[in-house]
Design a protein around this ligand. Structure first.
Ligand SMILES: O=P(O)(O)OC[C@H]1O[C@H](O[C@H]2O[C@H](CO)[C@@H](O)[C@H](O)[C@H]2O)[C@H](O)[C@@H](O)[C@@H]1O
Length: 328
């Protein structure tokens, strides 16, 4: 999703920073959707019901189909943390993703660099698409523990991104709490730890950089501004690329499932809607406009969903879980 007129007005950009901190819906307990308007919530839940509540229906729709799992990283597999360098995946989540990957083709699609996500996830045998899908790697045919580059559509931009990271680090160093993260083919300017009074100054620096580097475009996520090459490539395109390269794009019996929490994941949800194939699951405690069909509230619910998926698959295969249950 693109922010319009960003090089025009700093106020527009500050407004977009505010958009990253939803205030319309307040959450009083960590587990509940709360709004001034109950009807609004009910209709949102009716449109995007819990993937846990709907699990049996989802699996009955999946009968006879080959499920392909696409997972976002931050806010989906890992909790949102103040320090972006410490958003580690838990061992329990890693274990379940490993199980998922043993039973279904699995890809992790992230705004972070592929190397960074891999260093957090530490799992072989899966595909990684970092830099919002601009750096796609997958296991080699001969050795699952090895990864090879499959597609890097923005490689020409690498020198520019390296330069802009340094420019922005310099320009934002006086703004307490602001950090710039190098995500290889794109970069993130974090303002989670910036006092709201500093947002206008930060927005102004980003705006000036975008004027100097018109080949970059701006998107935003959770308390983060992301600068990336203005090529027509996003998480949705990466999903399609992966389906194609796995030879699954044309199969009617393929069911891609994408789980993600952020605006950039909407590109992938939208692709699934447009293809009329598979569905998205949005991870959110608040109502938001989304192309996803189902919802989960947080990474712990994502883990529960993935665990149930693995159990369902094992039962279908008449695997160990079945036997254990019979013995009990
Ligand atoms: O596509 P994703 O895997 O969801 O990556 C999107 C951004 O995620 C990270 O930032 C977000 O998570 C941080 C850690 O929880 C949090 O501190 C930050 O406020 C969030 O925006 C990552 O650091 C960014 O580079 C990604 O673009």
């Amino acid at each position: 999703m693109k922010i319009k007129n960003v090089t025009g007005k700093v106020e527009t950009l500050v407004d977009s920073l505010r958009d990253s901190s939803p205030t319309r819906i307040r959450s009083s307990s960590s587990d509940e959707l709360v709004s001034e308007n109950d009807d609004e919530i009910s209709s949102w839940i009716a449109l995007h019901p819990s993937a846990l509540d709907m699990f049996d229906k989802i699996m009955s729709d999946a009968q006879g189909k080959k499920i392909i799992m696409f997972l976002d990283y931050d806010g989906t597999l890992s909790r949102i943390t103040e320090d972006h360098d410490k958003a580690y995946i838990t061992d329990e989540m890693r274990d379940v993703v490993k199980e998922v990957a043993l039973h279904f083709k699995t890809a992790i699609i992230s705004g972070r660099s592929t190397d960074k996500v891999q260093s957090f996830v530490k799992l072989a045998g899966i595909h990684y698409a970092g830099s919002h899908g601009m750096d796609i790697k997958g296991p080699t045919n001969t050795d699952e523990s090895n990864q090879e580059v499959m597609f890097q559509p923005a490689s020409d931009y690498l020198p520019m991104i390296n330069e802009v990271v340094n420019v922005l680090k310099e320009k934002t160093k006086c703004i307490p709490g602001a950090t710039v993260e190098h995500n290889k083919f794109c970069l993130s300017v974090h303002f989670r730890r910036v006092d709201e009074k500093g947002w206008a100054a930060l927005a102004e620096q980003v705006r000036l950089v975008l004027i100097d580097y018109p080949k970059l475009r701006l998107t935003h996520g959770k308390k983060v501004l992301e600068l990336r090459p203005s090529i027509k490539w996003d998480k949705g395109k990466a999903l399609e690329f992966l389906l194609n390269s796995l030879g699954l794009a044309e199969s009617e019996d393929v069911l891609p499932v994408y789980i993600g929490d952020d605006r950039t994941d909407e590109d992938a949800f939208k692709v699934l809607c447009e293809r009329g194939q598979g569905f998205g699951i949005v991870v959110s405690k608040t109502m938001k406009e989304t192309y996803a069909s189902y919802s989960l509230k947080d990474p712990s619910q994502v883990k529960e969903f993935l665990e149930r998926l693995v159990k369902w698959k094992k039962q279908k295969l008449g695997g160990e879980d079945d036997e254990e249950e019979v013995i009990r």
